[in-house]
Design a protein around this ligand. Structure first.
Ligand SMILES: Cc1ncc(COP(=O)(O)O)c(C=O)c1O
Length: 503
């Protein structure tokens, strides 16, 4: 007789009814071959006694199992596992079947991409202060306004059609609002036909990579060093990546020209406004040069303007897309940085034929976006709410940038070298080469600071520049002071240990 008592675990305070828990476990035994077809099951009274449950629980479980076809009753003989079920190789009885048994290993093969594995973050708890690589402060997101507009939309009967399948290009109202918004704020000259709504900038990068680079021998030029996720996306498409230097003027366009002379270039990826990771702005001269090269050598410029709105010293520099007279620029942006990373709405702006192709490709990845949220945003752009929010956070982030930079210089200037970034949400900080980020990150963790544990991703090339991005925007002023204070302690500890080692 199968030892039910030892193998069945019933959790009384679970949300799942006891009789259903019993069913689940008996089905598990049948599926795993522990209870082969035609096995006799104990009578309901006996099983109820051995499991210390009411007899009705067992009866209900048996009824459920009969109705699902797992077991059958044979008059005058008893209850049995259904004889016609296929025979499964029996497994031994030792392991009790646990509720919520988490499956860890697949029973099939699939492709793995080890280059996409990211070093796990430290365990974050309340005490832990996280210095990210340049994220917005989601605590400032105008969530109540968003909720209010969203709720109003769902109340109006003429918005019901938003709940059904809609255009793959994205919500028309949002595309219309974006025409005005982007033409006014970015100096673009676009119509709705030039806009595809995406789920954030990353989807734009992905669509570009598939459309421009997935055929054989396609080449994309990126800066050294570059936004690693973009590099990974291009590699995933099968592209060959050519790197060119990045200096205080941004991408070296002379190096791009040299490459163009010796090989066919299909695209250049640029974060022209604030280069990721170093934060420098592509100079006006190089912008014009890059546009001329794109026109002459017929390549696409993927302009990832992920943090356009955050420029502190002067008005934002208009994107390359605003000077693109020959249809070479594909412009990517979105609201994940202005509002919050979870508001997954972005856009891809390009000539109409390319947008059409991108929309067709998007259809097979993600049929359409979140139409209700897109409608909400359309209204908030038209009423000026988005721009007002943007102006508000811009002021806050500027204050945070200034505080972070001045404290970093004052208290930790011996260890870090950096320029005050003109924009964005992060500082490109180079650690004095006498120190190692692994050691600093480990010591920082002991004092409850999460520094970028995945810092090597900024140095794909192993050039040992010792630089990482330190985000200032997501920390409030009190948190910034606390981070700097703790970092001062980290360096004191590291120095003490180091001195001990050499004395
Ligand atoms: C340079 C760059 N591009 C694109 C993205 C992705 O942005 P989104 O969250 O809008 O997909 C990021 C995110 O940090 C980024 O840093």
């Amino acid at each position: 007789m199968f030892p039910f008592k030892n193998n069945i675990v019933l959790v009384r305070n679970s949300n799942r009814n006891l009789y259903l828990q019993l069913c689940d476990q008996i089905i598990g035994f049948i599926k795993s071959g522990k209870l082969p077809p035609s096995t006799k099951l104990p009578g309901s009274r006996k099983l109820a006694e051995s499991l210390s449950v009411h007899r009705k629980t067992v009866i209900s479980a048996y009824e459920e199992l009969i109705s699902q076809g797992w077991i059958e009753t044979i008059p005058t003989k008893g209850t049995f596992v259904t004889s016609s079920l296929p025979i499964v190789n029996p497994k031994n009885f030792v392991q009790p079947v646990l509720q919520n048994n988490i499956k860890e290993k697949s029973g099939f093969s699939f492709l793995t991409r080890s280059h996409l594995i990211r070093k796990p973050k430290h365990k974050i708890d309340q005490k832990m202060l996280v210095v990210d690589d340049g994220c917005p402060d989601h605590r400032l997101a105008p969530i109540e306004e968003i909720a209010k507009v969203y709720r109003n939309i769902t109340k109006k009967s003429h918005y019901e059609n938003l709940l059904t399948y809609n255009s793959t290009y994205g919500n028309l109202e949002l595309r219309k609002s974006l025409v005005t918004y982007l033409n006014q704020t970015r100096g673009l000259h676009i119509t709705v036909d030039n806009i595809l709504i995406t789920r954030g900038s990353q989807m734009g990068i992905y669509l570009n990579s598939q459309l421009l680079l997935s055929a054989k021998n396609k080449v994309i030029v990126v800066g050294n060093t570059n936004y690693m996720t973009a590099d990974n996306t291009f590699k995933e498409a099968g592209a060959r990546i050519e790197q060119v230097p990045v200096d205080d003027q941004g991408l070296d366009t002379n190096a791009i020209e040299k490459l163009c002379k010796i090989k066919q270039i299909n695209a250049v990826y640029t974060t022209s406004h604030h280069h990721h990771p170093t934060t420098v702005t592509l100079s006006a001269e190089r912008r014009m040069h890059l546009l001329q090269l794109a026109q002459y050598y017929n390549f696409a410029i993927i302009e990832d303007d992920y943090d356009y709105d955050f420029h502190y010293n002067n008005a934002p520099i208009l994107p390359l897309a605003s000077n693109d007279d020959h249809g070479n620029v594909i412009y990517i942006g979105g609201f994940t940085k202005i509002i919050a990373p979870a508001i997954r709405i972005g856009y891809l702006i390009a000539p109409k034929d390319f947008v059409g192709e991108a929309a067709r490709l998007r259809r097979i990845i993600d049929r359409q976006g979140d139409t209700l949220l897109e409608q909400t945003l359309a209204q908030m752009i038209s009423t000026g709410d988005v721009q007002r929010h943007c102006n508000k956070v811009l002021k806050i982030y500027k204050t945070r940038r200034d505080l972070f930079c001045s404290l970093l210089k004052e208290k930790l200037g011996d260890y870090f070298d950096f320029e005050i970034p003109k924009g964005g949400m992060a500082i490109w900080v180079k650690l004095n080469k006498a120190y190692n980020w692994d050691v600093i990150c480990n010591e920082a963790e002991k004092l409850d600071i999460e520094l970028n544990p995945d810092w090597r991703r900024y140095d794909n090339d192993n050039s040992r520049h010792n630089g990482i991005r330190m985000g200032f925007a997501s920390l409030n002023e009190e948190e910034i002071r606390e981070v700097i204070e703790r970092l001062v302690k980290v360096f004191e500890l590291v120095k003490q240990k180091h001195n001990k080692l050499i004395t």
